[in-house]
Design a protein around this ligand. Structure first.
Ligand SMILES: [Zn+2]
Ligand SMILES: [Zn+2]
Length: 664
């Protein structure tokens, strides 16, 4: 009998377990193996291992035999290499990573509904500037190269993408297009299906297991060009003849996975392109600081599109000082008269309006007027949010809900003040002020699937809705012809958020939101209601001065030793027992890391441990340690040594987050 090394779907620190097998077995094959008293899936890493080498790790009599092979289920070399790289880079167990990322294996999957492109001729052709960009990227269509298109909203990035896609398809190769948001899928499909004449596959979380599995198998066996469009996880689809990867809105936080392996699909895509020897094109109106910085040093691969294409214009941005407000305006809070006036004017001109609010619900929290009592989630260290229509208080981190209390539980006072606001509150105020207008919401509470999305968007396009109050969901990608006014509320809370990326996030959000206004006319306007009108960030946004934003922000990042100048890693430790967690992290963990730094990794600095911004979530307490270094190699080696020397405790779990998006 021969021995194979297999990455088993289990949180193991090392790279694989040994198993006996008979007959032939190849690297990449998926097998079923015994693990303790149960069985698990595994992926073969190597076969025919030398007995003497294996013996050093595992006594031969402890090695078990594999149960069975899963027919048809084999990963190719590039897929495995990508997973191996990810496992090393993100310090995440290989077997677990592979089986987290693959769709569930099905014996009898149903047929897949496939869209065929209609091969229409575009009614627009690239302008001179777009042509230059297409030509310069086209030179790299045969090998690995990275390009970034930094184009203001409405500058016509899609036109550039479309030409590059057509050129790749003409060579017989497939294209993978990554989207930041599942809700944009229908819109992009309808754009691309008009002009392409290849099968189009879309991959997202609304698909069933059977559909996902079918896409996987179809893409793997594809013998002609296809266009595959999907969200983050589609980066793992094995596409047999892939020739180009495009990532739209590369800065978007949705490319970063939070749970399980915290990978960034943009960075994984870049590695995938490198492994396959194909180009990757990223696009954004507001590139991440990291990408902007990297591509400035690779100037010939940075393509700037500073003007809106065709007859489109950039909107005028106006700051509304929300501090000046008199008492009689209380019934219109959180809006101010100037904002209502602007909406009224837009309605008089038969225009539609968008109002952007960054929070859901009616009030952020309730507070007793006499004793100040607040309602906290029993499972999380945060206050409950008030939802008026549902008449309850709910936690936005766990499933906890409770009916709206009639009085304060600690003093019996009947007056509970509402603090803060969300989309529901803004909708109610606007409905009261404009009773004859149809005012709807566009947020996660109201729109839960493609059908609802389609109905709401089509109602808006047909003019059945006059104004939409929406969250982030509204800010991304959608184009509305009859909208000239966009009003932004509640952005201050985002600006004051204690995180190194908060300015970047506000800049990105506002630029995206502004991108919804007046694309089709000369008098588009964005009104930002704020308590900090003097903030230099707002002044920069007002002037559409993105270079100034990047320069200022890079200065700050340099001073605070944040990316792109330093690389970061966060270590999170969680437990149901707060005291055990604190003593474990502050003594054992902290001293292990400090001693490793002192003896071997002097280029790394440690900050913390400290409690997470929300210390308790769903009854789990979390404490974190931040590591910074300008030497990425040292940072990774420190983490590797830590993993080797760390003795975990049964009630405490830990997680490593490389290149974290946020430090809280
Ligand atoms: Zn009270
Ligand atoms: Zn909760």
């Amino acid at each position: 009998m021969k021995i194979a090394r297999i990455a088993v779907n289990y949180p193991l620190k090392n790279s694989g377990l040994h198993y006996y097998y008979e007959g032939s077995l190849s690297r990449g094959q998926v097998v079923d193996v015994p693990l303790g008293k149960r069985s698990e899936l595994g992926c073969v890493l190597s076969t025919d291992e030398s007995t003497t080498a294996v013996e050093k790790e595992t006594p031969l009599d402890k090695i078990k035999k594999i149960n069975s092979l899963l027919p048809d289920w084999i990963l190719d070399e590039e897929e495995l290499k990508l997973f191996e790289w990810m496992s090393q880079y993100y310090h995440y167990p290989l077997g677990q990573l592979i089986f987290d990322s693959l769709p569930h294996h099905l014996k009898r999957p149903r047929d897949l509904h496939q869209i065929e492109g209609k091969k229409g001729e575009p009614e627009f052709s690239p302008n001179v500037h777009q042509k230059q960009i297409i030509e310069s990227i086209e030179k790299d269509l045969n090998h690995f190269q990275r390009h970034l298109i930094h184009g203001v909203t409405g500058s016509g990035k899609t036109t550039v993408y479309l030409e590059l896609i057509k050129k790749t398809i003409a060579k017989g190769n497939s294209v993978l297009f990554l989207l930041p948001e599942i809700n944009l899928t229908p819109q992009f499909i309808s754009t691309f299906e008009k002009y392409l004449d290849v099968p189009i596959l879309s991959y997202h979380s609304e698909l069933s297991d059977s559909q996902k599995y079918q896409i996987w198998m179809t893409a793997r066996k594809m013998d002609k060009a296809a266009f595959i469009l999907g969200v983050r996880s589609s980066i793992f689809i094995p596409i047999s003849n892939l020739g180009l990867i495009i990532i739209d809105e590369e800065h978007d936080t949705s490319f970063k996975q939070d749970d399980r392996c915290p990978y960034n699909a943009r960075d994984v895509a870049s590695k995938k392109a490198q492994l396959l020897g194909i180009p990757i094109v990223m696009g954004s109106a507001t590139p991440s600081l990291e990408s902007y910085y990297t591509f400035h040093q690779l100037a010939s691969h940075l393509h700037e599109m500073k003007e809106r294409a065709g007859n489109a214009f950039l909107p005028e941005i106006k700051l509304i000082d929300a501090r000046e407000k008199s008492e009689k305006e209380d019934d219109i809070w959180p809006l101010v008269p100037q904002s209502l006036e602007a909406i009224k004017e837009a309605f008089l001109k038969n225009e539609q309006v968008l109002v952007f609010v960054n929070r859901l619900g009616f009030a952020n929290f309730l507070q007793c007027r006499s004793c100040g009592h607040q309602f906290h989630c029993p499972n999380c260290s945060i206050t409950l949010r008030y939802y008026k229509k549902k008449n309850h208080l709910a936690c936005h981190h766990c499933e906890y809900k409770e009916p709206l209390p009639g009085q304060c539980p600690s003093c019996g006072c009947l007056t509970l003040n509402q603090k803060g606001f969300g989309t529901e509150k803004v909708q109610e105020v606007l409905e009261r002020v404009f009773p004859l207008k149809k005012i709807e919401r566009f947020d996660r509470d109201e729109i839960k699937n493609f059908k609802q999305l389609e109905v709401r968007l089509s109602d808006f396009h047909q003019g059945k809705i006059d104004l939409m109050v929406g969250t982030q969901m509204l800010s991304k990608g959608h184009n509305f012809e009859k909208v000239k006014l966009v009003l932004v509320l509640g952005i201050d809370s985002q600006l004051n958020f204690p995180d190194f990326r908060s300015s970047e996030r506000v800049y990105q959000t506002l630029t995206q939101v502004a991108g919804r206004a007046g694309r089709y006319s000369q008098d588009g306007k964005v009104f930002i209601q704020t308590l900090n009108p003097e903030s230099s960030l707002f002044q920069i946004i007002k002037n559409h001065d993105f270079h100034r934003f990047y320069e200022d922000e890079l200065e700050i990042r340099k001073i605070c030793e944040c990316p792109p100048f330093k690389r970061l890693a966060m270590l999170h430790f969680s437990s149901r027992f707060q005291d055990r967690l604190i003593s474990h992290v502050t003594s054992k963990v902290s001293s292990l890391i400090r001693s490793l730094i002192q003896h071997h990794f002097k280029e790394v600095t440690i900050l913390g441990p400290r409690p997470a911004h929300i210390e308790k979530k769903s009854n789990q307490f979390t404490w974190s340690i931040l590591l910074k270094s300008s030497d990425l190699g040292q940072l990774h080696n420190l983490l590797k040594s830590f993993e080797m020397n760390y003795q975990s405790e049964s009630s405490i779990s830990h997680k490593i987050d490389i290149d974290p998006y946020t430090l809280i």
